[in-house]
Design a binder for this molecule. Sequence first.
Ligand code: MN
Length: 464
Amino acid sequence: MPDETRPVTGLREWLRRLADSGRLSVARPGTPLVYRLAALAKRLDGRQATVFPEPDGHPIPVISGLVSSRAWIAEAMGVPESRVLECYEAAAEAPVPWREVSDAPVQAEVHREVDLTRQLPVPTHNEHDSGPYITAGLLLARNPRTGVQNVSINRCQISGPDRIGVLILPRHAHAFYQMAEAAEAPLEVAVVVGVDPMTLLASQAIVPIDHDELEIAGALRGEPLETVKCVTNEVRVPAAAEIVIEGRLLPQVREPEGPFGEFPQYYGPRDDRHVIQVDALTHRYAPLFHTIVGGGLEHLWLGAIPREATLLGHLQRSFPGVADVHLPVGGVCRYHLVVQLDKRQEGEAKNVIMGAFAGHYDIKQVVVVDRDVDIHDPDQVQWAIATRFQADRDLVVIPEAQGSKLDPSARNGISAKMGVDATVALAADPFEFTRIRVPDEDKVDPDAQLDPDGLNWLRRKLGE
Ligand code: MN
């Protein structure tokens, strides 16, 4: 019986847990890497993880769908679902430094002659993707000035045997790259594939640039993450990972990358983007290759939970009345935020809206509701807007702000922001906003009160 109060600290431990509880399926050997693998993984996404032995005959199995629901993420964290955000935020607030080791499973085999097209089973997911992509690769980079590392997940196009085209949106890895490029130097990086669920979750934290997400992984795991120095550069990578690609982001080099199917359910377009020159490939004996199907539930939930947790912490530091936040699937788990507020001052909801926009540039729409609204139920949120919001008084629109470059309605990332204050005015007549309720509706027991012979009585009454 697995210990439900302890976080899962190993990828293989998590796969065993899923397999033992009917939440993992194994495909017949030989699934084609182009489309067919993603098709099956997506069909089972959210219900079962999938393992693909010998994809296209390749000796390395592909795995997918590891953390594709809120309940699974809670279980992997070792906490009840109601405490996921609180526990994640506590970890983000109290990072645990990693511990460097010299002997690591991920360096059991070292290849300095690299041909990614041959050595790794990289699938092609969506119809118009430019080709095979590494989608579950953690991009680790070091701040060239301070040495503090950053972790993010970036889509990685296999552009050649030892060349990767990578989309780096303007956050922390991008800032490190700009520092290196200003000095005409490459930025040393590693792309890490196949990590434990806590490290995967930690990679998506929204924390300041000088916070190392691997230290949040340590806090989530309840023990320091073991790391090892790359064999060709100074980047430290999780020692128990399955596969590491070591390389350099080249200064002044841009090459075509994309299109690629992304979380908004559209293609990120083709453009000239950053390039990683690969220097080495290291992996475990008999490694596993993790792939996240673009736009699938694993992609969405992995983005949602860490963002919700760190945005909640960010808002609560300024607004103690903020009780909960949610990034609904309909808002692609990135763009639309719902905030539950215990409002104490009139106007406070609008300050919360502005604070949320400042929390991450992806946030495009914020709806603030009162404590009685279930923010995880889209119908309840819609009801609050329908009955507590007036556009001339409660709407905030900020034109021409920074938004998501992956939102096709934005103009290359220039986006309007919309805030909706759907809270009841503090001075409102309480009866006007009293929700209708039938007394004891929730307590009544239909089985006890319904008459099994009642239909016979009705037929007699109606005169057959
Ligand atoms: Mn960061």
